[in-house]
Ligand binder design. Structure first.
Ligand code: ZN
Length: 199
């Protein structure tokens, strides 16, 4: 079965004005779609053609197949890391884990903000956990993802320029600030934490 582009979990204009419909049209409809198209071309006739994406990203060697598969995985996860009703503060078990891991929720958000704003070049900033619920902030370059370092992703911020250039030009700090203030889907992160730490 070929890999397919997932539909956005909200209307294309639902994240505006923080992220415009034009940015989503290009980011989802062109960039993400191209990773999926290239992945399908690259895996044709290989052992990866019938592999589930979750398995493929941990088994593909460094190179084109990994890069396109990981970018497909990362973007699918990124769309769900945002919500039109996002923002605010984490609550419940996620807030408790952030306090235990960072000292406070505010410190965890501060570390996420700093990592995403200052990451050099293209890549991704993540809130990750281990199986015991110890949270940390992680940066990956290019198509990199936490699973290859045995970490479990809870939430991601795409810091490739294509995520913000139409709306913010070179001002990545404004994009990161808007993401965390208005869009971040803490419920998605909380659900991922619950699954990751389930016995
Ligand atoms: Zn992207």
């Amino acid at each position: 079965m070929a890999f397919t582009l997932p539909a956005l979990p909200y209307a294309p204009d639902a994240l505006a004005p923080t992220i415009s419909a034009e940015t989503l049209a290009v980011h989802h409809g062109k960039h993400h779609a191209t990773y999926v198209k290239k992945l399908n071309e690259l895996v044709k006739g290989t052992e990866f053609a019938t592999m589930a994406l979750d398995e493929l990203i941990t088994k593909a060697p460094t190179g084109k197949i990994f890069n396109n598969a990981a970018q497909h995985w990362n973007h699918s996860f990124y769309w769900r890391s945002m919500s039109p009703t996002g923002g605010g503060k984490p609550t419940g078990a996620l807030a408790a884990s952030m306090t235990a891991s960072f000292g406070s929720v505010a410190e965890g958000i501060k570390q996420l903000t700093a990592a995403a704003t200052n990451h050099f070049g293209s890549g991704w900033t993540w809130l990750v956990t281990d199986k015991r619920g110890a949270l940390s902030v992680m940066e990956t370059a290019d198509a990199g993802l936490p699973q290859t370092s045995k970490k479990i992703p809870l939430l991601t911020i795409d810091v490739w320029e294509h995520a913000y250039y139409i709306d913010r030009r070179n001002d990545r700090a404004a994009y990161v600030k808007g993401f965390l203030a208005n869009l971040v889907n803490w419920q998605f992160a909380a659900d991922n934490l619950a699954m990751a730490t389930a016995k």
